[in-house]
Write a protein that binds this ligand. Structure first.
Ligand SMILES: Cc1cc2nc3c(=O)[nH]c(=O)nc-3n(C[C@H](O)[C@H](O)[C@H](O)COP(=O)(O)O)c2cc1C
Ligand SMILES: C=C(O[C@@H]1CC(C(=O)O)=C[C@@H](OP(=O)(O)O)[C@H]1O)C(=O)O
Length: 381
């Protein structure tokens, strides 16, 4: 069984992740893991916190001489900012600070203090913060290396920020490569405009959301299953994406576009060629039919809402006095869609890794890769 958990508060000592179920014998490249961590910190529109942190992964267990042993893998990412928060984030001792009581609309603040019976919103915001996504990207970096060994690639691109849309008409999803642009956008003109709207929003004390898509290339067919609701790959991918802070919509392939045209225009017709075997000329399904991968690139799109902490704060209430106040604002991102796209890649990598391990089994990489090879030979035949 493959699973992972994260722990840690935004301004606590560190974040941790435990990844269990990666087969033994996978070579781990720590440099490559840290390159993923750095990608999550990029992007125009991030707040002051990103100038404090330089996220690096420490591997605390499960890897020996650069190779997995089948044991749970423990990962740690230190919060450099913790040094500035030791008074407010002390594990033991007596509180000496002022409580946060002005709830932010759109954040977990109000519901969290009510549900968990807390008087200080900090008890909620520390864990609801998307700082937690650093641990997910660390875990996802292990899953990515596992998928890489299976020949499966994951890339992403930002296609909309604050209503500025990238032109994706000429994108070939089979060959789309990672890009190093600042906002992870493949349309340079649109990216320029995205910069402008983020700058303007920041100057107005406002925030922006957007849309990104994650693409899985070179998937073997038949990962996931039509047999049971929770084994459907589309269900697992949608849940994984929706679990990311601020993601409010997910679609696969044509998604909501399926509502606009008849079936004759949208289902991907099948063709046969001796070299290509069974193939499609279109990929409206986004690589999944009947809850299973169909061999075409998997395309998962996610919509992120604008960041809820505004520097021109919204109308709210003080949870203690019940007086009308302006929502609290310490420091915040203006737009983090590029960072969310990197987190999206990590969540897709973790989800696909789980499904591949369930489909092909194997306690060690050698068995798993052999299983994939003989399965692919049978399918081709
Ligand atoms: C990469 C990333 C960065 C984020 N940065 C901030 C931020 O700086 N300030 C903020 O208020 N929310 C930020 N958010 C969004 C909140 O964490 C999120 O809206 C909040 O936890 C409430 O959850 P919900 O939006 O899913 O309901 C960020 C989200 C992501 C994915
Ligand atoms: C720390 C990260 O994102 C944070 C997510 C976040 C939130 O409320 O979700 C609030 C901000 O935290 P802070 O108040 O410390 O500036 C962001 O910087 C990160 O991505 O590493």
């Amino acid at each position: 069984m493959f699973r992972f958990l994260t722990a840690g508060e935004s301004h606590g000592q560190c974040l941790t992740a435990i990844v269990e179920g990666i087969p033994a014998g996978l070579k781990i490249n720590l440099e490559e893991m840290n390159a993923q961590m750095a990608r999550r910190q990029k992007g125009y529109g991030r707040g002051g916190r990103m100038t404090i942190e330089t996220d690096k992964v420490d591997i605390l267990s499960g890897v020996r001489f650069g190779e997995t042993m089948g044991d749970p893998i423990t990962l740690r990412v230190v919060n450099k900012d913790w040094e500035n928060w030791t008074d407010r984030m002390s594990v033991m001792g007596t509180p000496t600070w002022t409580k946060v009581t002005a709830a932010r609309p759109g954040h977990a603040d109000y519901v969290g203090v009510k549900k968990y019976n807390r008087e200080d919103i900090r008890d909620i915001l520390e864990r609801s913060s998307a700082r937690e996504t650093a641990a997910r990207v660390a875990a996802g970096a292990v899953a990515r290396q596992f998928l890489d060994a299976c020949g499966i690639n994951i890339v992403s691109q930002v296609i909309n920020i604050g209503g500025v849309k990238a032109d994706t008409t000429n994108i070939d999803y089979k060959t789309l490569k990672p890009n190093n642009s600042d906002l992870n956008c493949n349309d340079a003109d649109a990216e320029q405009k995205m910069h402008e709207v983020i700058r303007d929003a920041g100057q107005a004390g406002d925030t922006l959301g957007g849309v990104f898509e994650v693409v899985v290339q070179n998937m073997p067919i038949g990962v996931g299953s039509h047999i049971q609701w929770d084994r459907r790959l589309d269900m697992q991918l949608a849940g994984a994406m929706m679990s990311i802070q601020a993601i409010k919509g997910v679609e696969i392939g044509e998604g909501f576009g399926y509502a606009n045209k008849p079936g004759s225009k949208l289902h991907d017709e099948m063709f046969y060629d001796e070299n290509k075997n069974v193939y499609r000329k279109t990929n409206h399904a986004g690589g999944i039919e009947g809850g299973m991968s169909n061999g075409e690139p998997i395309i998962v799109r996610a919509c992120m809402k604008p960041i809820p902490t505004l520097m021109t704060p919204l109308h709210s209430i003080d949870i203690e006095s019940k007086e009308e106040v302006l929502a609290c604002k310490e420091r915040s991102d203006v737009c983090a869609v590029q960072a969310a796209s990197v987190v999206g890649e990590a969540m897709v990598a973790l989800t696909i890794a789980k499904a591949v391990i369930e489909t092909f089994g194997g306690s060690c990489m050698a068995d798993l890769l052999n299983n994939i090879k003989s399965y692919n030979e049978r399918i081709k035949g």
